[in-house]
Design a protein. Structure first.
Lengths: 376, 187
């Protein structure tokens, strides 16, 4: 596949992105509209010396990829709404044990079984807060098969760099849409792999971090003593049930992300130079939003767009900057207002914010977004 | 849309007829061989075979932001239900291609340019009715300039199951020739 152009589905492109950056383990449970990710991984992993396991459910899938990652392999799972809910417990385990892995959520309309074959963007806040306790997470979003290929690689890189599960949030339409995807030669792709400790086994402690607050890893089974647990733990990985150790561990989990926001956050700005009205969009909604922007420009409205690639951590610095400079933000999303809440928080009352809401099951027609832009 | 090439196409039929594969072949011809843009989105019921399904394809020189088709330039219908569901959306002057034996068209449709081909029967004669979709692609290649015929041939060859390329290309040519004859009024 490398060095070729393909006309492929978003889900397939996602799997190809994983293969391209060295993913060697996939455990999952099929679910519409994410099944094609698993299907492609089942075909491709044996070709590259990797392992595919179909698990009994999503809880086990998540547990399996955490184990594989501790074993030294880049690992991934994919799912949709109902499975994403089931994964939440073990995503938290991945956060506290600091395990690099990638979780793909091809969103469909919920709650519950909802509309299995139709799209939504209803899991944005679940991605942020779905597991219990306070933590930082990284989540990325894509609006085309090419972007899904690219951000899957970025997700692996960030997960390896910051030692945590990274979420890829896409949706049914992007997942099932077929478009041209350019797959570069693999040696031309920037790949970041986890920092491996150079210390001898007698000196190594699994949770002693470097200056960036990320601790180097070793593979289980390589002669090192490793203890990892979902309980609050010290540098050795041993459970210590006290407030000071909780603070030490939590500070690391939180600030390894917060201190590196500029490295993690990515967004795209379109026609922003003179923009008075800015559409903030992500995923599939960014496509009709772009069309609406073009139509608005044609009718003389100074409209720009900020397309979010990193959803979490939220690109709040840029939105704080923009808020006092613009007449308004328009936020189209296929839910009843999730990312819009973040835009409101970051704008702190300095500009008008209009949510364009869709219940799910279809995507916006550009006219629906244009109408709101024109009224503002 | 400015900038030349722009076609919105709906291919519709029931699951198992190769409707989605046709969408994929068209998109591949446009993107990989004609080097322009294309999107394919699909809709179908919960069943993989037998239910109504359709492929929405947009082919354009420009970037395509919105991938769904509401008023196609070209409609291909391979079942009566597919025809009834989509014919009113076909824009004025739009091109309609149907399977003669599977679709009974409304009389006196002067809004559209209509052609029909017994694609399933022709494919059966070639040994496999599963190739009806490829017959109709050849037919389309002759009757429309949405994609280059040679690009479509290449895309057919790369998209059908290994070992069936020759048969499928033969099916494509049957459809293409039928279109050429009908265009020139000799068919």
């Amino acid at each position: 596949m490398e060095g070729t152009e393909q006309f492929i589905m978003g889900d397939t492109a996602c799997a190809e992105g994983a293969i391209a950056c060295g993913c060697k383990f996939f455990a999952g449970y099929p679910i519409t509209p994410a099944t094609e990710v698993a299907e492609r991984m089942a075909k491709r992993l044996p070709q590259v010396g990797g392992t595919y396991i179909q698990m009994e459910d999503e809880m086990a899938s998540m547990a399996a990829i955490l184990g594989a990652s501790w074993g030294g392999l880049k690992s991934m799972t994919s799912t949709s709404g109902p499975g994403f809910s089931l994964m939440m417990e073990n995503i938290g385990l991945g956060i506290i044990m600091e395990v690099p892995c990638v979780v793909v959520n091809v969103q469909r309309a919920g709650p519950s079984t909802g509309l299995p074959t139709l799209c939504a963007q209803g899991d944005m806040m679940q991605a942020r807060w779905g597991s219990h306790g306070h933590y930082e997470i990284i989540a990325l979003s894509a609006s085309s098969p090419q972007e899904l290929f690219d951000i899957t690689i970025k997700a692996f890189n960030l997960s390896e760099k910051y030692r945590l599960p990274v979420l890829v949030l896409t949706d049914e339409v992007v997942g099932h849409m077929t478009e041209k995807v350019v797959i570069p030669p693999y040696d031309k792709i920037d790949v970041y792999s986890r920092r491996i400790s150079t210390l001898p086994p007698e000196e190594y402690l699994p949770y002693v971090s470097d200056e960036d607050m990320v601790a180097p890893m070793v593979g289980i089974g390589e002669g090192y003593r490793i203890h990892s647990t979902g309980l609050t733990h010290d540098k050795r990985g041993y459970p210590v049930i006290t407030a000071p150790v909780q603070k030490e561990m939590m500070d690391r989990l939180i600030y390894k992300i917060r201190n590196n926001v500029d490295d993690i956050v990515e967004y795209e700005e379109i026609e922003m130079a003179d923009a008075e009205i800015v559409v903030i969009a992500y995923g599939i909604s960014a496509r009709p939003a772009l069309k609406a922007l073009e139509m608005a420009r044609d009718s003389g409205i100074k409209c720009g767009m900020m397309k979010l690639i990193t959803i979490w951590p939220f690109p709040e610095k840029r939105i704080r900057e923009l808020a006092p400079q613009v007449r308004g933000f328009v936020v189209p999303e296929i839910n009843y207002g999730q990312i819009c809440l973040e835009v409101e928080r970051c704008s702190a009352g300095k500009t008008e914010i209009v949510l364009v809401s869709h219940a799910g099951g279809a995507i916006f027609h550009p006219n629906e977004i244009l109408e709101v832009i024109s009224r503002l | 849309m400015s900038g030349g090439v722009y076609h919105e196409i709906i291919i519709s039929g029931y699951g198992g007829q190769g409707v989605i594969l046709n969408g994929s072949i068209l998109g591949k011809a446009a993107t990989i061989y004609d080097k322009i843009n294309a999107t394919l989105v699909q809709s179908y019921g919960p069943e993989a075979r037998g239910g109504a399904c359709s492929a929405h394809v947009i082919i354009s020189k420009e970037t395509i932001s919105y991938p769904y088709v509401h008023n196609p330039h070209i409609l291909i219908s391979m079942s009566q239900e597919a025809y009834e569901n989509n014919i009113d959306s076909l824009r004025d002057g739009g091109l309609l291609l149907t399977d003669t034996d599977l679709v009974k068209r409304r009389k006196n449709d002067e809004r559209h340019v209509s052609y029909s081909i017994p694609a399933t029967r022709m494919a059966e004669k070639l040994g496999n009715k599963m190739m009806a979709n490829i017959v109709i692609l050849g037919y389309l290649a002759s009757l429309s300039d949405a994609v280059n015929a040679e690009s479509l041939r290449n895309a057919v060859e790369k998209s059908v199951p290994k070992g069936t390329e020759e048969k499928n290309l033969k099916a494509f040519e049957k459809g293409y020739k039928r279109g050429e004859k009908q265009k020139s009024g000799t068919g």
